[in-house]
Design a protein around this ligand. Structure first.
Ligand code: HDE
Length: 691
């Protein structure tokens, strides 16, 4: 008799991904080098030849296997979001969502393992992290009820209202097909051609041109589910919700010059920052929030169509209620196995969370599964350790490319009378995903609801909600990007859209381009939403932020040690910057040098202070570094005679955001930490712009 099909699978693994650990243990067993067949090898540097100068022999199975495997090491990169970095962590629920959803992972104190991948959209896998772009924020929750993927972005709205246009907007944003330039940029004709011909994109374009398009780091980005979801509670009641991720570190961005410098000096800026922060013991932390709206028949809230993904709901109208905390504290072990092979899918839902008829979301429900078939080479990618649910899996899916499971039984169909009628379908009370029976009617047409015709009012809302400096950045970004367009007709068409957003914005951009500003027709009467501005109301935490200390072997190493202890206790990273590498030694003091003037750029520091005992230090690279920090409105400090290094570098020590003291003591550290918590010294902006 053939063996009976296995009756029940094991209990869900709720802690670390046991599957991942098992597979990595299998990957490298024993200390000797072997072939893929497990045969031990004496040498991997010389091919088998007929004499030391002779031709290589076909017989060399090791040479052939090694080269053949190498030839196939690459898989197709993601068609969008190709460039990304990820981390493991845990989500802990506060229990505050239980009244609106029965999703088990949102029950009080429930801890769920997660894997989160952050990405840019347009660039290829090897492109730079800091380009102006939307960032992906994709979270895979390995819940006890199956995987739930929240595949969001760092902006709450999208360029298009209907998924059928997605290939078009991406074709327009990707490099031009003839020369394949520019890489990872929207600063070119086809992008602006598309968004000015599809004016529904205007709101999202405002976000992309704002500071949100160049985040300081992944830890300082907000995340959004974008679409409206439908939540279902234990009583079967439904509500409409929007998902938010709120970074504990606050929302901060780079300035454009930093983003450009980083793209050359450190293209891995964001992934390095995340990995270094986690290694330094500063996990990335985000709170999950819900905006909860009634599930009304017209799916509209305060006049906002909740099915239109180009619209947000201002937080002042629907408060973001915090329901749990995400902590990312473990770097992946292997980039390819985990970050590259992770497969997100918007249809990976758990009971209590459903989708709505947002036409953008509907298209996504098809796309994500489909794209993995090409990218991961067949239908069995859910068996890859990173994609494996931690919940028990008992499906009737069989065979296919790269099948790694050895299924038992004879009857992969239901009902069956051969394999003890297993597996059995579950009832809703046993945890089955049962779709709410929602009535669907309507004529078969290709059309949008009339409410989707409003393309400008929320673009105006966003603009009016920004602070002065944020508005300046938006103007500069539009002027830069449009300045890179060759076709004047496209520039003029975009100005036509901007005139419908705000006359001041339009006039400023037109001025920069040297074109006349079209007559303004902006007529939306909006109430600004302060929550849309990134300017903090109070200083935030400094965990994961980087403080550079300029020093030489004559410097006050004891003071550096004191400062290091203080900032490291807050989760920040202190790096000593010196003319040469090695270890600075003075008396009994020792400080390792993390960066030299040659290897450092200003972009990697949130603040730089110059140590006492360095007076007379002069290096053009240090001067450039300090001047960049000054121009980028970052905190600069010095103690003792370190201030002279600043004045020698042409830094105005009277300017705002200069922290000076005679020695390292509490007032200095407190002022420094506070100033970094504000992120930038925008009070300095005017002086810098006029320089
Ligand atoms: Fe995606 N998107 N998308 N997208 N998306 C993909 O799936 C797609 C959209 C987002 O780190 C692809 O596995 C369509 C909105 C993220 O692996 C693909 C439409 C939002 C990621 C795809 C959208 C996103 C993707 C490419 C319009 C924010 C990276 C590789 C209907 C809410 C996930 C892949 C990761 C990836 C299709 C629109 C976010 C081709 C058709 C809106 C974060 O399936």
């Amino acid at each position: 008799m053939p063996p009976k099909r296995q009756r029940e699978q094991t209990e869900p693994a709720n802690s670390e991904s046991d599957a991942v650990l098992d597979r990595s243990a299998q990957a490298q067993r024993g200390n000797h080098l072997t072939t893929a067949q497990g045969v031990r090898l004496p040498d991997t540097d010389h091919s088998l030849k007929a004499g030391s100068r002779g031709p290589s022999l076909m017989e060399d199975f090791h040479l052939r296997e090694k080269i053949t495997h190498f030839d196939h090491e690459r898989i197709p990169e993601r068609v969008v979001h190709a460039r990304g970095a990820a981390a493991h962590g845990t989500f802990r629920a506060y229990g505050t969502a239980s009244s609106v959803t029965k999703a088990g992972f949102l029950e009080k104190d429930r801890e769920t393992p997660v894997f989160v991948r952050f990405s840019t959209v347009l660039g290829s896998r090897g492109s730079a992290d800091t380009v102006r772009d939307v960032r992906g924020f994709a979270v895979k929750f390995y819940t006890a009820e199956g995987n739930f993927d929240l595949v969001g972005n760092n902006m709450p709205v999208f360029f298009i209202q209907d998924g059928i246009k997605f290939p078009d907007v991406i074709h327009a944003g990707k490099p031009h097909p003839d020369r394949e330039i520019p890489q990872a940029q929207t600063a070119h004709d086809t992008f602006w051609d598309f968004v000015s011909l599809h004016t529904e994109a205007t709101h999202h374009v405002m976000w992309a041109m704002s500071d949100r398009g160049i985040p300081r780091s992944y830890r300082t980005m907000e995340g959004f589910g974008v679409h409206t979801f439908r939540l279902v509670n234990a009583e079967g009641e439904t509500s409409l919700v929007k998902f938010h991720w709120k970074p504990v570190a606050g929302v901060h961005s780079l300035v454009w010059e930093e983003a450009q410098i980083a793209a050359g000096a450190d293209p891995d800026f964001h992934r390095r920052d995340m990995a270094d922060g986690i290694d330094a013991g500063a996990p990335l932390e985000f709170e999950l929030g819900l905006q909860i709206m009634p599930d009304s028949e017209d799916e509209t809230f305060e006049g906002i169509d909740l099915l239109d993904p180009t619209k947000l709901v201002p937080e002042e109208l629907a408060e973001v209620q915090l329901v749990g905390k995400l902590t990312l504290d473990r770097n992946p072990t292997n980039y390819f196995a985990e970050t590259e092979q992770v497969a997100f899918h918007t249809a990976n839902l758990v009971p209590g969370i459903e989708v709505t008829d947002d036409p953008l979301m509907q298209a996504r429900l098809f796309s994500y599964l489909d794209t993995q078939l090409t990218r991961l080479g067949g239908p069995n990618f859910t068996q890859l350790p990173i994609n494996c649910p931690h919940a028990a899996v008992n499906d009737n899916l069989r065979d296919g490319m790269h099948q790694t499971l050895v299924h038992h039984g004879q009857a992969p169909y239901l009902p069956n009378s051969v394999d003890d009628a297993l597996p059995t379908p579950a009832t809703e009370s046993e945890g089955a995903y049962v779709h709410r029976p929602i009535e669907v009617t309507g004529p078969k047409i290709r059309a949008n609801p009339v409410s989707f015709d409003d393309h400008f009012s929320q673009a105006t809302l966003f603009w009016k909600s920004l602070s002065g400096i944020e508005k300046v950045h938006v103007i500069e970004a539009f002027t830069f990007e449009l300045g890179k367009c060759f076709a004047q007709t496209i520039q003029e068409r975009v100005l036509g859209s901007l005139a419908r957003v705000d006359a001041e914005l339009c006039a400023a951009v037109a001025g920069g381009l040297g074109l006349p500003a079209p007559e303004g027709t902006a007529d939306a009467d909006v109430t600004p939403s302060p929550a849309l501005s990134q300017i903090p109301a109070k200083p935030g935490p400094i965990a994961g932020r980087v403080i550079g200390v300029v020093a030489t072997s004559g410097a006050d190493l004891g003071g550096i040690g004191k400062l290091r202890r203080t900032v490291e206790a807050k989760g920040a990273i202190l790096r000593v910057l010196a003319p040469a590498g090695g270890t600075l030694k003075r008396g009994r003091g020792r400080q390792p040098v993390a960066r030299t003037f040659l290897t450092a750029r200003s972009i990697e520091f949130d603040a730089v202070v110059v140590a006492d005992g360095t007076a007379g230090l002069h290096d053009i690279k240090l001067t450039v570094l300090l001047q960049e920090l000054f121009r980028h409105c970052k905190v600069i400090g010095a103690w003792g005679d370190g201030a002279r290094v600043l004045t020698d570098a042409g830094i105005d020590v009277e300017a705002p955001g200069l922290v000076l003291a005679d020695e390292i003591a509490k007032p200095f550290s407190t002022e420094l930490i506070d100033a970094i918590g504000w992120h930038r010294v925008w009070e300095r902006a005017e002086q810098v712009m006029n320089d």
